[in-house]
Design a protein around this ligand. Structure first.
Ligand SMILES: [Zn+2]
Ligand SMILES: [Zn+2]
Length: 150
């Protein structure tokens, strides 16, 4: 589907040829070209402009956030997350072993005494959430794999 700035929704743009032979694709209602391809969000049913392969709109993607999912996400992106929160510049471990040890140490430090029965500080919860939602496309791709949307 396509959605035009004038509010019209249509399946296919209206096509016509200029006298010069040039093909034009325009909105069937206003005959302008300010329209975008849109798809229906699997969760809320809203039509939104799709940039990647995702089928969930940005609003739903942010709303779907939970700390549990956030922790799972940063586990997948551990290296990126830890070097970001510890503001490590020139991150370039000399070997795989050094890298693993460094990441382990940082992870232990970050999650010091954190387990199923305890809580993360608000500050850390926010930090994790911010990291997850910073790149919404990656977050949505993760959600689509992790969460069983029907
Ligand atoms: Zn229009
Ligand atoms: Zn939605």
């Amino acid at each position: 589907m396509y959605k035009c700035e004038c509010g019209a929704m249509f399946k296919e743009p209206y096509k016509y040829y200029e006298d010069t032979g040039e093909l034009w694709r325009v909105c069937p209602t206003c005959r302008e070209t300010s329209f975008d391809k849109v798809i229906k969000c699997k969760l809320c049913g809203q039509w939104f402009e799709q940039f990647c392969d995702n089928k969930i709109c940005d609003d739903c993607a942010e709303e779907a956030y939970t700390t549990r999912l956030g922790l799972k996400f940063i586990d997948r992106h551990k290296e990126d997350f830890l070097t970001t929160v510890y503001e490590i510049e020139n991150y370039n471990p000399e070997s795989e072993l050094v890298k693993i040890r460094l990441l382990d140490a940082l992870e232990n430090d970050y999650f010091d005494n954190f387990n199923e029965d305890s809580y993360l500080s608000k500050e850390k919860e926010n930090q994790i959430k911010e990291f997850c939602l910073e790149d919404l496309d990656t977050w949505i791709a993760f959600l689509e794999r992790e969460v069983d949307y029907v």
